[in-house]
Design a protein around this ligand. Structure first.
Ligand code: AP5
Length: 246
């Protein structure tokens, strides 16, 4: 971004917002760098815990599912290629997702580290990530494994409602919005994801067990996997995450 344009825009930012951003940056400067991977089946709570970890450690949150859904909605060439696999609950090609992560990791917000949510999902993706990081003299610090039995995931997935613009996630039973069907912050309508049906969940779980579980073994060999009890209520999972990362 051009510096001139940035400072001109800053003049229009309310002082209170500027102050809180300044305070946030001061708090962040004392935080250790962290490079984290969140891995787990659909509905295991990765997207629920990510914003909490992001705020605590000042990391960027890169969720390949969200990035791909944005590309599908914008009908970009990437989105057109990804749509068919996503609708069926299958994985999109390794080359596509590796490309978007490689680009996203260059962002200034990833300077203090990152949370990868939904990536890597195959051993090939994990190897490519290691290569990307090696070039920068970095490596993954911790892999949080959201372990949970398949049987409880259908209720979580079919009851989920999201606010597409912010990615905020709700659940009719476990995390209901203040007003049904409406985002708490903006008052805008919530939607259900196209792949959040019991039928598509079956394919997503199959893909997880076949293609993504080997990724957990890949990182276990490097002794960086922390297993979480992701079947517990969200606050208890947050406490486990905090313990693991402290
Ligand atoms: P993606 O968007 O990554 O979906 P996912 O991995 O299936 O994960 P979800 O977003 O469904 O689950 P979550 O763990 O974030 O659960 P949440 O916290 O929302 O991927 C979608 C598709 O994109 C893939 O199928 C694939 O096609 C493609 N794709 C993405 N990445 C790819 C890659 N790397 N390679 C190839 N293809 C890729 O929680 C779910 C619900 O439960 C919420 O309503 C929440 O409120 C509630 N909840 C959360 N935690 C709890 C709890 N502890 N107790 C009770 N309720 C809870």
């Amino acid at each position: 971004m051009a510096t001139g344009a940035a400072s001109a825009n800053l003049e229009d930012v309310p002082s209170l917002d500027l102050m809180s951003e300044l305070l946030r940056r001061m708090k962040c400067s004392s935080k250790p760098d962290k490079r984290l991977i969140l891995i787990g089946p659909p509905g295991s709570g990765k997207g629920t815990q990510s914003p909490i970890i992001k705020d605590e450690y000042c990391l960027c949150h890169l969720a390949t599912g969200d990035m791909l859904r944005a590309a599908v909605a914008a009908k970009t060439p990437l989105g057109v290629k990804a749509k068919e696999a996503m609708d069926k609950g299958e994985l999109v090609s390794d080359d596509l997702v590796v490309g978007i992560i490689d680009e996203a990791l260059q962002k200034p917000s990833c300077q203090k580290g990152f949370i990868l949510d939904g990536f890597p999902r195959t051993v090939v993706q994990a190897q490519k990530l290691d290569e990307m990081l090696e070039k920068k003299g970095a490596k993954v610090d911790k892999v949080l494994n959201f372990a949970v039995d398949d049987l409880i995931l259908e209720e979580r997935i079919t009851g989920r409602w999201i606010h597409p613009a912010s990615g905020r996630s709700y659940h009719t039973k476990f995390a209901p919005p203040k007003v049904p069907g409406v985002d708490d912050v903006t008052g805008e309508p919530l939607i259900q994801r196209k792949d959040d049906t019991a039928a598509v969940l079956k394919s997503r779980l199959e893909a997880f067990h076949k293609q993504t579980e080997p990724v957990i073994d890949y990182y276990s060999k490097k002794s960086i996997v922390a297993n979480l009890h992701a079947e517990k209520p969200p606050k208890e999972v947050t406490a486990e995450v905090q313990k693991v990362l402290s």
